[in-house]
Design a protein around this ligand. Structure first.
Ligand SMILES: [Zn+2]
Length: 102
C-alpha cells in the first residue's frame, strides 16, 4: 500500500462472512489481496462454514456415521446390560425352567 494515502482513501472490501465493508489496516499491508474477512472472528467463522460445506459435499454419509457413533454412549441398553448379567448370575430359581430361555 502506498504511503501517504489518506484515511478516507484507503481501500476497502466487503467481508465474506458478515457482508459488511471494512477498510485496509496496517496489519494487512502484506496480504491485503488475500484478506477476505473483516476480523479473526469472521475468518474463523468462514473457515468453519467452508469445512462444513466441504464435508457435506464430499461424504454425505459422514453425518450418519457420526450419528451412529454417538448412539452407544446414550443407549440405555448399555447401562441395563450389567444389571441383567447380575440378575442372571443369581442362583437359578428353584421353580425349574427359566423364563429367559423362551
Ligand atoms: Zn466480518
Amino acid at each position: 500500500m502506498p504511503r501517504g494515502v489518506k484515511k478516507e482513501n484507503l481501500p476497502s472490501k466487503i467481508c465474506a462472512t458478515c457482508q459488511r465493508p471494512f477498510t485496509w489496516r496496517k496489519v494487512w499491508e502484506n496480504c491485503w489481496d488475500e484478506v477476505k474477512c473483516c476480523s479473526d472472528r469472521c475468518k474463523n467463522e468462514r473457515k468453519r462454514k467452508l469445512q462444513l460445506a466441504n464435508r457435506e459435499q464430499r461424504s454425505p454419509d459422514a453425518t450418519t456415521i457420526t450419528h451412529v457413533d454417538r448412539v452407544p454412549t446414550s443407549d440405555p441398553e448399555v447401562n441395563s446390560s450389567p444389571v441383567s448379567i447380575a440378575a442372571s448370575s443369581r442362583p437359578a430359581s428353584p421353580r425349574g425352567p427359566q423364563p429367559v430361555s423362551s
